[in-house]
Design a protein around this ligand. Structure first.
Ligand code: AMP
Ligand code: GLY
Length: 425
């Protein structure tokens, strides 16, 4: 089949690499793609948020199947528009994508379906939020309701910080995303990411990962989109995964189906492993970035066929995902200044050298300047390796990082530290 992949980051580079290898993929296009994706797909210059352009391209090029990488076009209704034209699409429609697009929507759904999550209140004015804060212990979590590129969450350690966060959000610190605010009970525990495919009715577990959101070694400094990840996450044992499927994933998919807004695509559950079992922190309506890179590094089946089955109501008959038992670990190389003001244009050399010995360097924010690959975003490269242990995968990834010549870039040096420490015990 002819496939269009929408997106331009490291997540999409990893997806394009697997889709291009899939026996069921005849021709792969990417919109807009990036210099890494060019090796696996024909890149077409249509932006991921140009819904009209994407729909017109699919019609003109006999596209059978569209895989949507990022959340914004899903929340904007790309999947609805494609399905209305009979084009199979991996990704939820706008209504179901509210799981990522509105934190309040997700919390209300959890309440209706008795899904374990933090207690919460939705507030539409500063006065209402300030009054509600009195019902919560400190620390307390304050979230902008809408999409805020992972930045609209404040964990307030004092009541004064909480008051200030509420004031900031209603003053427009996160734009329209903060017109409504969700106040949440603080949950203590270790975080893990869990992925499940859904065809609207049937679900299939699709692996686990842990990422590192803070910019600095030791998990310090500002939050980022993710500085590295590894998969699987051993803290999410088979028993805990079964609990997550039964108590969180299945009731979510069943509730959306009953509402007449079935969820098609991948559900990315951010989990807190609390003393009382796994609880949902948030949902994303897409694969994680960089979590997808480590999942794809371990994947060994026909990805296009599996995602197509999920997109055509055929997941019940599809074989379970074929993941290697090895660990995969990815280190994000970011441009100096990330996450505030990343430096653009820095030259990168040595990618082929770094990729010797089974390492993959996925392009996230890169561009071509003549024959040179240069930085063109905050997160620039994802250096991804496998190993029989997280420790081994980490050593291989950093050995590859050290072969790269990217003078205006940096990375964390401790990706995987939790698991490396556990493996040393
Ligand atoms: P979110 O964008 O909702 O995933 O939140 C970003 C980060 O804030 C999460 O990865 C957690 O580290 C933290 N967080 C969010 N909600 C809570 C909560 N209720 N309790 C503790 N930490 C939270
Ligand atoms: N790495 C976190 C995310 O993709 O949201």
């Amino acid at each position: 089949m002819n496939i269009l992949l929408v997106g331009s980051g490291g997540r999409e580079h990893a997806l394009s690499w697997q889709l291009a290898q899939s026996p069921s993929c005849a021709k792969l296009y990417a919109a807009p793609g990036n210099p890494g994706i060019e090796a696996h797909a024909e890149c077409v210059g249509i932006a991921a948020d140009d819904l009209d352009g994407l729909v017109a391209f699919c019609t003109a090029h006999a596209i059978d199947f569209v895989v949507v990488g990022p959340e914004a076009p899903l929340v904007a209704g790309l999947a609805d528009r494609l399905r209305a034209r009979g084009i199979a699409t991996f990704g939820p429609g706008a209504a179901a994508a509210q799981l990522e697009g509105s934190k309040g929507f997700t919390k209300d759904l959890c309440a209706r379906a008795a899904i374990p999550t933090a207690g919460y209140r939705r507030c539409t004015s500063a006065a209402e939020a300030l009054a509600a804060l009195g019902d919560f212990a400190i620390p307390v979590v304050i979230k902008a309701d809408g999409l805020a590129a992972g930045k609209g969450v404040i964990i307030a350690e004092t009541r004064a910080d909480a008051d200030a966060a509420v004031a900031d959000m209603f003053d427009g610190a996160f734009g329209g995303a903060g017109a409504e605010v969700v106040i949440e009970e603080y949950m203590a525990g270790e975080e893990a990411s869990f992925f499940a495919l859904s065809d609207g009715t049937n679900v299939m577990a699709f692996g686990s990962a842990q990422d590192h959101k803070r910019v600095g070694d030791g998990d310090v400094g500002p939050n980022t989109g993710g500085m590295g990840a590894y998969s699987p996450a051993p803290v999410l044992t088979a028993d805990l995964e079964a609990q997550v499927m039964d108590r969180i994933i299945r009731p979510t998919v069943a509730t959306l189906a009953a509402d007449g807004t079935p969820y098609v695509g991948v559900l990315f559950a951010g989990l807190m492993l609390t003393d009382m079992g796994p609880k949902l922190i948030e949902y994303n309506a897409r694969f994680g970035d960089p979590e997808c890179q480590v999942l794809m590094m371990r994947y060994a089946g026909d990805l296009a066929a599996l995602l197509y089955a999920a997109s055509t109501g055929a997941l019940a008959d599809a074989p379970p995902p074929a993941f290697a038992s090895d660990y995969a670990l990815t280190v994000v190389m970011a441009a100096n200044g990330y996450p505030a003001t990343p430096e653009k244009g820095g030259a990168i050399h040595g990618i082929a050298d770094a990729e010797s010995g089974g390492v993959r360097v996925f392009h996230a924010g890169t561009a071509r300047d003549g024959n040179t690959i240069v930085a063109a975003g905050g997160r620039v490269l994802n250096v991804t390796a496998t190993g029989r242990t997280v420790t081994e995968a980490q050593a291989r990834a950093y050995a590859a990082v050290d072969k790269l010549d990217f003078a205006s870039g940096f990375c964390r040096r401790d990706i995987g530290w939790r698991e490396v420490a556990r493996e040393a015990r």
